[in-house]
Design a protein around this ligand. Structure first.
Ligand code: B12
Length: 335
């Protein structure tokens, strides 16, 4: 994950005693996991190996209890127990500093009825999740793709999922589409699923109702909106009051709203060169608006590797991804 640590850390098991001291009742009491579930985890996944005390009772260690509590938390966050155990096994080597880059690996999982179900990741690095997601998008399998996204969100922050999972997956889809390997239907399907997910995160993030307003949208004519929607989401999560304007903003009516609302910033995104002139036009229109003190920012894929293209646009160019732009805007707004 581009050097970023997963949000979920594995339990530091070696810090706890492995002395077999606790009976099943104590483990149930301390972890909240019922005894039959504990025995099922033991039997099916071999994760616990209680020793036998007097009267042949099972005895667990403090280390066992920490592991059981950790697994319970993962299950509560939406994983199946087999996924939680796979996650534990894939995080352990990372924590011990022996992190070996996990090879892309996909398995067929089973649902609760024991039936084979859709492709599910057996490892949880973003690279592996991306391979799984690509597979699910290609199969137009929305329930599985949504489950993979939920798993990613259970492990990584929203920002990391957007920057390190969604963005490279979409870029890969774009490459495969351009080379004819993947159909436009799959491209549309994948962007619709991701857009719905971003929209859901955006609507459910607690938005502030006062303070300087930031308007975020796409340059006139620009239909690539996922980058700007991510930016709006990150800004909202950073505590900034934001309104998301969507694709292809229409400048005349936007200006009417801006005269009333007096936003602190307008931030527009361009993904392709063909919309750079439209950004320049917005900049010129805003320059002519005497009395409107809105700062005009722009950025996006169109400028990557060619920042000189920004010079013709009256406004402030923001380089970097949506996460870096959020930090930058936050600094500017609190300065
Ligand atoms: C999905 C997609 C579409 C969807 C978009 C759906 C939607 N609701 O957004 C649809 C089907 C509409 C589409 C249409 C087209 N597309 Co298209 N599309 C893509 C694809 C596969 C993914 C785009 C995406 O969402 N990426 C993920 C986002 C998150 O990345 P991003 O936009 O770069 O944003 C990141 C940064 O740039 C930055 N950022 C973004 N905005 C901002 C703003 C600021 C201020 C800052 C600081 C940072 C920032 O932060 C983000 C996170 O890191 C790309 C492939 C690719 N390489 O991206 C092709 C791609 C962009 N499309 C391409 C093309 C050619 C087209 C069409 C012309 C195809 C056609 N013939 O119809 C049309 C043009 C439509 C238009 N008028 O704009 C080409 C562009 C080539 C080029 N360089 O000019 C690409 C690169 C595919 C390719 N490999 O050839 N597309």
């Amino acid at each position: 994950m581009d050097g970023r640590e997963p949000r979920v850390q594995p339990p530091t098991l070696e810090n706890y005693s492995d002395m077999p001291l606790f009976n099943t009742k104590a483990v149930v009491h301390n972890t909240g996991v019922p005894a039959p579930t504990l025995r099922a985890w033991e039997r099916r996944y071999g994760i616990l190996a209680p020793r036998r005390g007097e009267n042949d009772y099972r005895l667990y260690s403090e280390r066992d209890m920490i592991m059981v509590s950790w697994l319970r938390e993962r299950v509560e966050s939406g994983m199946t127990i087999s996924q939680a155990i796979a996650l534990l096994r894939s995080l352990e080597p990372l924590r011990k500093g022996k992190g070996r880059r996990a090879r892309a690996h996909i398995t067929v999982s089973q649902d609760t009825s024991g039936q084979p179900n859709a492709i599910a990741p057996s490892r949880f690095s973003v690279e592996d999740l991306s391979v799984t997601l690509l597979h699910q998008f290609t199969a137009l399998d929305e329930p599985s793709a949504s489950r993979t996204i939920s798993q990613a969100l259970a492990i990584y922050s929203v920002e990391d999922v957007c920057i390190s999972l969604f963005t490279p997956t979409l870029v890969e889809i774009g490459k495969r589409w351009a080379s004819g390997e993947l159909s436009v239907t799959v491209e549309h399907f994948a962007s619709a699923v991701i857009r719905a997910q971003l929209d859901c995160l955006f609507r459910s993030a607690a938005g502030v109702e006062s303070g300087p307003l930031v308007l975020v949208g796409c340059a006139p004519g620009e239909m690539h909106e996922l980058g700007s929607l991510m930016l709006a989401l990150f800004l909202r999560r950073a505590g900034i009051r934001v309104a998301y304007l969507g694709q292809n903003v229409e400048i005349a009516s936007l200006l009417t709203s801006m005269r009333t609302l007096k936003p602190a910033c307008l931030v527009l995104s361009a993904a392709t060169h063909s919309h750079i002139d439209a950004l320049a036009e917005v900049g010129h229109v805003l320059e002519r608006e005497v009395g409107l003190r809105t700062l005009f920012f722009f950025g996006g894929q169109a400028f990557v590797g060619e920042p000189e293209l920004a010079q013709s646009i009256p406004g402030r160019y923001l380089s970097g991804d949506a996460h870096q732009a959020t930090d930058e805007l936050k600094k500017k707004m609190t300065a």
